[in-house]
Ligand binder design. Structure first.
Ligand code: PMP
Length: 335
C-alpha cells in the first residue's frame, strides 16, 4: 500500500455532514449541516481560496513569491492567507472596518498585510473591492476577485456539491444557502440540479440584501432593513450568481438567525456564526413549509470564535437590539 501525505492545503473540503438533532426531531425532517468551519482556515471560504489559487497557478498567473490581493469581509482573506502561506504567497487583504476585531487580528497574526477601509457601497469607487482591484493593478499583483471569478463557484461545483450528493446517498431534497459572493449557492445548486432537477434550491437572505428580491421578483431592491451578519448580504448579481436556478428565497431576520445560533450552541454543542444561523433558519422554514420526510442540507459556514466580542457579548447584542435568550418557538412562529 502506498502512503500518501499532503500539506494543509490538501485538506480543504471533505468536511463532515452533521445532523442537527433537535431541529430534525422538531420538524420531522433530516436537517443536516455541512461542517465548513472545520476547514483549515475555519470557514467555507477556504474552498473558494483553494479554487482561485489553484486555477491561477494553472493559468500561470501566480508564480512563487507572488502577492495575492483581495477585498474580503475576512474569511476569504483568512483562507487565501492560510493556503497562500502553504503554497509560498504573500497576501494583502482590504477589509471594511466594521468587521469583527477577531477577524482582523487573526488575519494579521496569520501574516497578512491588512488594510482596513471605511465601509462604502459597491457603486462608490472607495468600496473595498475597488480598492483591492486598483492596488493589484498598480503593483501588478494577483487580484483574487472572489465575487466575479468563477473559479470560486467551480470549487463548490467540484467539491461541496458532489460531497453532499454522496454523503446523503442521493436522497437530498433541498439545499439552503445565504449569498455572499454566491459561490456556494451557485456551485452546489448547479451540481445538485444536474443529478436531480427536483432538488429544491433555497436562498436564505438577510435583510438589507438584494438576493431575495432578485430570486423572487427579478429586481435588486434592498430598501427594507439591515443586518449585522458578516460575510453575506449581496446587492448585485455577481458573475458567480449569474444564471443559476433558485426555487425559493426567504428573508431571515437577524433575531431568528441569532436564536438558532444560540440553540445550536446550547443543544448541539455547535459554536457558529450568524450566517450559519440564517442558513439553518432557512432550512427549518423550508422543513415547516414542506412537511416531514425531507432531507435538507445547509452550510455551517464559520465558527463563533470569530464573533466573541459581538454575537457572544451581551452588551453588544443589547446595543443592537438582539436577545440571545428568546425561545426557539417564538422566532419560528411555532406557538
Ligand atoms: N458565511 C460567511 C461567514 C462568509 O464569510 C461567507 C463568504 N463571504 C458566506 C457565508 C457566503 O459564502 P459565498 O461567498 O460562497 O456566498
Amino acid at each position: 500500500m502506498e502512503a500518501r501525505y499532503s500539506g494543509i492545503d490538501g485538506y480543504v473540503g471533505n468536511t463532515p455532514l452533521i445532523r442537527l438533532r433537535r431541529l430534525s426531531e422538531l420538524t420531522g425532517c433530516e436537517i443536516l449541516g455541512k461542517a465548513e468551519f472545520m476547514n483549515p482556515g475555519g470557514s467555507v471560504k477556504d474552498r473558494a481560496a483553494y479554487g482561485i489559487i489553484t486555477d491561477a497557478e494553472k493559468a500561470g498567473r501566480l508564480t512563487p513569491g507572488a502577492t495575492i490581493v483581495e477585498g474580503t469581509a475576512g474569511n476569504t482573506g483568512i483562507g487565501l492567507t492560510v493556503i497562500g502561506r502553504a503554497r509560498g504567497y504573500r497576501t494583502l487583504i482590504v477589509i471594511p472596518n466594521n468587521q469583527s476585531p477577531e477577524k482582523m487580528h487573526l488575519l494579521r497574526t496569520l501574516g497578512a498585510e491588512v488594510k482596513a477601509v471605511p465601509e462604502k457601497p459597491y457603486k462608490d469607487p472607495e468600496n473595498y473591492n475597488h480598492i483591492a482591484r486598483r492596488l493589484a493593478e498598480e503593483r501588478d499583483w494577483f487580484w483574487a476577485n472572489q465575487f466575479d471569478n468563477t473559479a470560486n463557484r467551480d470549487a463548490h461545483y467540484r467539491g461541496t456539491g458532489p460531497e453532499i450528493w454522496k454523503e446523503t446517498g442521493g436522497v437530498i431534497t433541498a439545499f439552503v444557502a445565504a449569498v455572499g459572493t454566491g459561490g456556494t449557492l451557485a456551485g452546489v445548486s448547479t451540481y445538485l440540479k444536474e443529478q436531480n432537477p427536483n432538488i429544491q434550491i433555497i436562498c436564505a437572505d438577510p435583510y438589507g440584501a438584494a438576493m431575495w428580491s432578485w430570486f423572487t421578483n427579478g429586481n435588486l431592491e434592498t430598501n427594507d432593513g439591515d443586518s449585522i451578519a458578516e460575510g453575506i448580504g449581496q446587492g448585485r448579481v455577481t458573475k458567480n450568481v449569474e444564471n443559476i436556478k433558485v426555487d425559493r428565497a426567504y428573508r431571515i431576520p437577524d433575531q431568528t438567525g441569532l436564536t438558532i445560533v444560540y440553540q445550536l450552541l446550547r443543544q448541539e454543542g455547535l459554536f457558529l456564526g450568524l450566517s450559519t444561523g440564517i442558513n439553518v433558519a432557512g432550512a427549518v422554514r423550508f422543513a415547516m413549509e414542506s412537511g416531514p420526510g425531507q432531507t435538507i442540507v445547509t452550510v455551517l459556514c464559520d465558527s463563533g470564535q470569530k464573533y466573541q466580542s459581538t454575537l457572544f457579548n451581551r452588551d453588544w447584542l443589547a446595543s443592537n437590539h438582539l436577545d440571545p435568550d428568546l425561545p426557539l418557538e417564538s422566532v419560528l412562529g411555532l406557538v
